[in-house]
Design a protein around this ligand. Structure first.
Ligand code: ZN
Length: 402
């Protein structure tokens, strides 16, 4: 299905611009009119991270006249394995500013607008308003649903992408462009159960995967802005980097979609944090009153060494993570072993009275496993708030963070 161009052409290109974009201008489908449309286009990229980095650089190089960057974070050393718009000297700097500087170097004819506040219900409509297209490079479900809903309310099409380890997905959600076009909620009516889908920070991502998906997002964006080709509307692109395989699935509009269906129940922005839930109800209940700080844990470990206290410290992360850093004296039993029940055989019995102390990277997974061991009868079990990240930050900065 093809669509009319999202943007009217600019009046003219300067001589410098004609020279710069000549390889576009000689493609008949793009030509002078397509390039003028790109010049007139206003595209908002959400996140200057894994997907945003290649997307921003290619949008800029392509000659998109106005590029907005919504990003509140700062550049961290662990970003540089994939976030190629930032460099070594940008560590500690605002990602939005760092991205703007790289764009100025890639193409000085682009006007860059920074939105450096964290996107939330109070500002999202104001930030989005006026853009022709949105490229979504967010990494969490709460923001994805908010982007989807706000874009729908404002009638702005957007290109969505997601990445995890070796797998990527991309699609175009534009229910206001056509009656058959689905939205993100048509594909994913509900977020996954909290804790079931790890983030890239928890599970890792192959750096180069970002460019595969980010460039698909720009590719689809250029097609929509200039009205060429057959964009990924109503289609989900799935990329498997290990098999080197692209598959395309049909995504139908859900007539019962809570947002774009016939009897919509979501008619304004909702509370997305609650909708997606940082942790499940069971985990939140287990963690209430049973969460200790890394400072307390350090004290407990000293007492254990002196023989005045007995407990087992269980690290519920994956073996790869355990290789990177660990809290001394911990034993590794990955969360999956708690889900399948085999972990309980590896723990001291409830009758032994030995306390169970659990931790993971940040405290989300250990809250889930805490609910399981409490359910198995370990009433005095606790977990460590902030996990190994807090341990490295506050107790042992000599260990690498990830
Ligand atoms: Zn929908």
């Amino acid at each position: 299905m093809s669509f009319p161009p999202l943007v009217e052409p600019a009046d003219e290109l300067t001589i410098d611009e004609v020279r710069r974009y000549s390889r576009h201008l000689i493609i008949p489908d793009v030509g002078m009119s397509g390039q003028k449309r790109l010049k007139n286009a206003k595209v908002l990229v959400i996140g200057a991270g894994g997907l945003g980095s290649p997307a921003l650089l290619y949008l800029a190089a392509a000659g998109v006249g106005t590029i907005g960057i919504a990003e509140f974070d700062e550049v961290d050393e662990s970003n540089l394995q994939r976030q190629i718009i930032h460099g070594q000297s940008d560590i500690g700097k605002s990602k939005a500013v760092s991205a703007k500087e790289s764009i100025a170097e890639a193409n000085p004819y682009v006007n860059v607008v920074l939105h450096e506040g964290r996107l939330d219900n109070d500002n999202v409509m104001e930030v989005f308003r006026g853009y022709d297209l949105i490229v979504d490079g967010t990494d969490n479900f709460a923001t994805r649903y908010m982007v989807n809903d706000a874009a729908y309310f404002l009638g702005i099409p957007y290109v969505w992408g997601s990445i995890y380890r070796f797998d990527g997905q991309a699609s175009v959600f534009a229910p206001t462009l056509s009656d058959d076009a689905p939205c993100y909620r048509c594909l994913y009516p509900e977020p996954p159960p909290p804790g079931m889908v790890p983030s890239c920070a928890e599970g890792g991502v192959l750096g180069v995967l970002c460019s595969a998906i980010g460039s698909i997002q720009v590719n689809e964006g250029i097609k929509l802005l200039t009205g060429i080709g057959d964009p990924l509307v109503g289609k989900l692109m799935i990329y498997d980097a290990l098999e080197m395989e692209y598959r395309k699935l049909k995504v139908r509009k859900d007539p019962n979609c809570a947002l774009c269906g016939e009897h919509a129940t979501v008619t304004e922005l909702i509370d997305y944090e609650t909708f997606c839930g940082a942790v499940s109800d069971e985990a939140a209940e287990a963690a209430a009153g049973s969460t200790i700080s890394v400072g307390t844990l350090e004290h407990m470990l000293k007492e254990r060494e002196e023989g005045s206290r007995d407990f087992v410290l269980v690290d519920v992360r994956e073996p790869n993570e355990f290789e990177i850093n660990r809290i001394p004296g911990s034993v590794l039993i990955p969360k999956g072993d708690f889900l399948n029940g085999s972990a309980l055989e590896q723990l001291p019995t409830v009758d032994s009275g030995t306390q169970i102390v659990m931790h993971c990277k940040t405290g989300v997974r250990s809250a889930e496993t805490l609910a399981i061991v409490k359910g198995a009868g370990y009433g005095d079990a606790v977990h460590v708030g902030g996990g190994v990240v807090a341990w490295v930050n506050q107790i042992d900065p000599s260990q690498p963070a990830y």
